[in-house]
Write a protein that binds this ligand. Structure first.
Ligand code: SF4
Length: 891
């Protein structure tokens, strides 16, 4: 501990703190206009200077570290006069009318504090610069710029986008974006970090201009991706007025992406459904909750009586809380009596969960985001992280900009690929030969971790014999990556340790998706890149609670906590005091097959636009049409509801309920109710309880708060027993966390695996049945991009659509030239399964012969053309390969 005297009072503090950090802790306020806790100190504004005994001149408190015995004076006549002069100089050209209009801005508060006015700083005239309103979320008014450079630095140091630049010198110094006149045309990715950091409002959220300052800020969790960023939701007059990042969050460290920061106005969309509805004679009719529940209960009961419990299937939701997912699977098993329960992890990371469970014993990320700053090398496979998991992507990018090694395995030239040391731009669907060849290179070039293998791997010799076949030369013929590049990448991952692997749906959404993840686990195991800081296998999960939805038991084969039905039925019967079904349940894809075959008659779908999201939609249409009864529970009349539902249950958004989400690094975080639900929309868990009561199962669903449900989950799954609502009030905890004193687990498998020694997987290559041909010469890859999220249900109801209006077909310039297509031209894309129309975007991110698009726009509906093939283990669809042809539309 260091001891320091400040203004005659004694304080103690830990080493490594700046004086300004300490002032913040002990409540001493000094102006610090170039300071932001997320940035390296700059000491350029000179407003935070203090007197330190023994120093001739005043010293900047933002960059001076506390030392033992230091004596500091923060406020004296001399210092205050000096600060006043600094502030008056900064305000020399300042438009003072803004001070009165926006008194809450940090700079304005200091001007007020030091009584600096237009007259006191002898202002002749304020600078006048046109206000740039071109961006849908951010307004730029550089007449209010005081050149603190927070915007420049935060864009560089947090996001890594380098949009803002300081130009000229001295009096002429000013800051501009890297576009000519319109900020919207810059390379900005709309994360809003600059607007969040700006102390004057020169760069400002349009939301704050429109709605004013929040009366209160309530901490919660982002409604979008599995990164699980913590947000502060600004509320005024019981309405959301803005969202800002939580600065000290271990997940996002004061950062957000465009969706978390700005894409929230869907909550107030005019077409939000806020009353329960029943469809009669093809027309929707608003009804009371009582009528809707009774109608649904009667139908489900009748179908169960007629066809048996397995005539009904239910889907949990990656957008619902852990508590809600726990309840819907409990409802399926206890009230209906079926294991026909699944969730949308089936179409994304179910292969990851399966592969990691088989090989390592736990189907979840082995490490934490905080390991990113410890890794020397990153292996990013099938993941466009800076667009799809932008805050994690930005953390990886920052490390690479600081010198960490990056290997990308991806058919597309993503943003990270442009920064990578090695980009292995493989042919889609050839992960297995490529990853096997990397293992081969590690073996033949003696790059493996002999001690780790000896200690923790069971079948090394057997694996060696198998992998000898997969020479880089042999793999190169299939995956179209040069053998030397395979060897170089293998060497870097094996030698520049610790090496951390992140993967996305480019691995899992293939017929060999589960095996693709297994092949990645092989690499981590043979190089010893697991169970240590800065290493591991880390799936970037898609939706905010997709990991939680599956872990809660929305899976036909497992109960809560991945407990196998085969072995844990008795335990759950005791817990729920109900006999449970032992029939094998259907997964989502099997549900579709069963419906088409006439063996499934009813579905209750919670928070998931299933029809729009599944591949080969024309075939799925037949499945849905074969169902006798469909309940959709959502905020909006999605495509599934519009076409097939008989009952619609309107739900609360994630801003309107309590509960918990589980992010990609196994962290359970608390969701808070920040506003009330409109009209009759209710949290999903309340609806499930109401349905259970209507079906006379009140005794098992008698909860009055989400916390009560969570406490029941803690009793069923010991890995989360130690995580109480109280303990995650300030920050989430990563499971396993078995006791109330356990701090949670940041890294799995540090000493051993649950099964002791583990086995490497010997994976043969089985190419996709979907093949290009003369008739369908292009390979279509689908995936997400930055601005729109999955089915677009939320983002298309926000101004994000002004930035990206629709799905675009990314095509290489040479292909576009050959087909005589120009950028933006609408084309017809045709596969064996259907056709769609969308504009082409000429771009070098796609290789020749390959095209890419997103799947978010209802008018495009790209899943009408995607192929029906599925992963060999868990039936995740192969969204990454569809053979297509592209036709010019004859005007
Ligand atoms: Fe939300 Fe994901 Fe963006 Fe974070 S990275 S703000 S969790 S969408």
């Amino acid at each position: 501990m260091l001891h320091v005297e400040i203004n005659g009072n004694n304080y103690s503090c830990e080493e490594g703190k700046t004086l300004l950090n300490l002032f913040h802790e002990i409540g001493i306020h000094v102006p610090s206009l170039c300071f932001d806790p997320r940035l390296q100190p700059e000491s350029s504004c000179r407003a935070c200077l203090v007197k330190i005994e023994g120093k001739e001149h005043l010293q900047p408190s933002c960059s001076t570290y506390v030392s033992d015995g230091m004596k500091v004076v923060t406020h004296s006549k001399e210092i205050e006069e000096y600060r006043k002069t600094v502030l008056a100089m900064l305000a020399k050209d300042y438009p003072f009318e803004e001070v009165a209009k926006n008194p809450d801005k940090e700079f304005h508060q200091w001007l007020h504090h030091y009584d600096i006015t237009k007259n006191s700083c002898d202002q002749e005239h304020a600078i006048n610069i046109n206000v740039d309103t071109s961006h849908p979320f951010i307004q730029v008014d550089m007449s209010r710029c005081i050149r603190c450079t927070r915007c420049v630095r935060i864009c560089n140091e947090l996001q890594g986008q380098f949009v803002w630049h300081v130009i000229e010198r001295g009096e002429q110094t000013h800051i501009i974006a890297n576009s000519q006149n319109s900020f919207a045309k810059s390379s900005c990715v709309s994360c809003g970090a600059c607007a969040d950091a700006c102390p004057t409002g020169a760069i400002e959220d349009k939301h704050s201009i429109k709605y004013g300052t929040a009366e209160k800020n309530i901490k919660s969790v982002c409604a979008y991706c599995g990164v699980g960023c913590e947000i502060n939701v600004g509320v005024k007059d019981e309405k959301i007025v803005g969202i800002h990042p939580v600065y000290d969050s271990p997940v996002n460290k004061g950062h957000l992406c465009v969706k978390g920061r700005y894409a929230w106005e869907y909550v107030y969309a005019a077409d939000r459904i806020t009353e329960p509805m029943i469809k009669e004679n093809g027309e929707w009719k608003k009804v009371s909750w009582k009528d809707a529940l009774q109608f649904a209960a009667k139908k489900l009961t009748a179908i169960k009586m007629k066809y048996g419990a397995d005539g009904v299937a239910l889907l949990g939701s990656a957008r619902a809380t852990n508590e809600e997912n726990y309840l819907i699977q409990k409802f399926a098993r206890t009230v209906i009596g079926t294991n026909n329960i699944d969730n949308c992890a089936r179409v994304c990371h179910q292969p990851t969960a399966k592969a990691m469970t088989i090989m390592l014993g736990t189907g979840a990320a082995t490490n934490s985001y905080d390991d990113i700053e410890q890794a020397k090398t990153f292996l990013v496979v099938g993941s466009n992280a800076t667009e799809n998991h932008p805050v994690v992507g930005a953390r990886i990018k920052q490390m690479v900009l600081k010198g960490a090694n990056l290997i990308i395995i991806d058919p597309r030239k993503t943003e990270l690929a442009s920064l990578a040391k090695y980009h292995l731009q493989l042919k889609p669907g050839t992960n297995i030969p490529l990853l096997n060849a990397m293992a081969n290179a590690m073996l033949t070039e003696s790059l493996v971790d002999v001690d780790f293998i000896e200690e923790r791997i069971d079948n090394w010799n057997d694996f060696k014999n198998f992998i000898t076949y997969w020479t880089p030369e042999k793999a190169a013929k299939v995956c179209h990556v040069h053998p030397q590049l395979i060897r170089d990448a293998a060497k870097l991952y094996a030698k520049a340790k610790p090496a951390m692997c992140f993967h996305g749906l480019g691995v899992t959404e293939h017929v060999q998706g589960t095996e693709g993840v297994m092949a990645l686990v092989n690499l981590a195991l043979i190089t010893g890149n697991i169970g240590k800081p800065g290493t591991g296998i880390n799936p970037l999960r898609g939706q905010n609670n997709v990991q939680g939805s599956a872990a809660m038991g929305c899976d036909p084969a497992v109960y809560t906590g991945m407990a196998l039905i085969k072995t844990e039925k008795n335990r759950f019967e005791d817990l729920w005091q109900t006999p449970l079904p032992s029939n094998k349940g259907l997964n989502l894809l099997e549900m579709m097959d069963a419906a088409a075959a006439g063996n499934l008659k009813a579905m209750w779908i919670m928070g998931y636009d299933t029809f729009f999201s599944l591949p080969d939609a024309n075939a799925k249409q037949k499945s849905f049409e074969s169902l006798e009864f469909v309940i959709v529970q959502d905020m909006f009349m999605n495509e599934t509801a519009k076409r097939f539902a008989n009952v619609f249950f309107p739900v609360a958004s994630s801003f309107e309920k309590e509960g918990t989400f589980m992010n990609s690094e196994r962290r359970i975080q608390k969701l808070r109710r920040v506003i009330s639900s409109p009209q009759n929309a209710k949290p999903d868990w309340e609806i499930v309880c109401d349905m259970a009561k209507t079906m006379n199962h009140q005794n098992l669903f008698n909860y009055s708060t989400a916390e009560e449900i969570w406490n029941e989950i803690r009793q069923t799954w010991k890995a989360v027993y130690g995580i109480t609502y109280e303990r995650i009030e300030d920050a989430g905890i990563q499971w396993p966390c078995a006791s109330l004193t356990d701090k949670g687990t940041t890294i799995l498998h540090t000493k051993n695996f649950p099964a002791g020694k583990v086995k490497l997987a010997k994976i043969k290559f089985a190419p996709s049945p979907e093949k290009t041909s003369k008739q369908y010469p292009f390979t279509l890859i689908t995936g997400r991009r930055l601005y729109h999220f999955n089915a677009g249900t939320m983002t298309y109801r926000t101004p994000v659509k002004e930035i990206e209006e629709t799905d675009l077909l990314y095509m290489h310039p040479n292909d576009a030239q050959r087909l005589k297509l120009s950028d933006g031209e609408e084309i017809n894309i045709i596969s064996k399964y259907g056709s769609a129309i969308l504009p082409v975007h000429i771009h070098t991110s796609s290789k020749q012969g390959e095209v890419f698009t997103t799947f978010s726009n209802k008018n495009v509906f790209i899943n009408k053309i995607t192929a029906p093939f599925r992963d060999n283990y868990v039936e995740t669809p192969e969204y990454k390969i569809t053979a297509v042809r592209i036709e010019k539309i004859d005007k």
